[in-house]
Design a protein around this ligand. Structure first.
Ligand code: GAR
Length: 193
């Protein structure tokens, strides 16, 4: 692994975790370089934010009825062209195919807003509230061929308060995510240093 690993960051929406990661690279607490930001949604706010921070962006909207492998092919090309060492999923809401995962073995990381294996899927915060859980949290994990699954790198609990809404709980989860993700990536990228 080279001294300053190169990251492809994949997003679908706001991109607040992407911003936390970029800021950590710029302030030196994460020794890595964001080389490209990829989105399945060209109008995701995170795409503009990445461009305004001078990072190359690549949008790959998925065609309806098109096999997922075909939708992913230009993304795989973009990652290879950018020469990225790591793929960092930061709110990427499409499920990656096993063939995508196999193209980058042991090199894809994800963040999930719950304590996996609890509340996998796209609505983890709502699902934790719906289940009347006392505790939820944040998980950072390596991506394997199953959904929201793979070796866990870091987890942190977030308590659910009486009267919490998706907004109030989501804000506390995001605050944890923004601190935990850059730190977990630094440890992952430089664990043998
Ligand atoms: C984050 O909370 C992330 O954990 C979640 O999407 C949000 C993206 O926010 N990811 C998943 O739910 C994946 N299953 P952001 O765009 O502001 O970083």
């Amino acid at each position: 692994m080279r001294a300053k690993p190169k990251m492809a960051i994949m997003i679908s929406g706001t991109g607040s975790n992407m911003e936390a990661i970029i800021s950590s690279c710029r302030n030196g607490s994460l020794d890595a370089e964001p080389v490209i930001v990829i989105s399945d949604n060209p109008s995701a706010p995170g795409v503009k934010k990445a461009a305004s921070r001078g990072i190359a962006t690549f949008s790959a909207p998925y065609g309806k009825g098109v096999p997922r492998e075909e939708n992913e092919a230009p993304i795989i090309d973009a990652i290879r062209r950018a020469d990225a060492d790591w793929i960092v999923l930061a709110g990427y809401m499409k499920i990656l195919t096993p063939s995508f995962v196999r193209a980058f073995p042991g090199r894809i990381v994800n963040i999930h807003p719950a304590l996996l294996p609890s509340f996998p899927g796209a609505h983890a915060i709502a699902d934790a509230l719906e289940a009347n859980a006392d505790i939820t949290g944040v998980t950072i994990h390596m991506v394997d061929e199953l959904v929201d699954h793979g070796p866990i790198i870091a987890q942190e609990e977030v308590a659910i308060m009486p009267g919490d809404t998706e907004d109030s709980l989501g804000a506390r989860i995001h605050a944890v995510e923004h601190r935990l993700y850059p730190r977990a990536l630094q440890e992952l990228f430089h664990e043998d240093v």
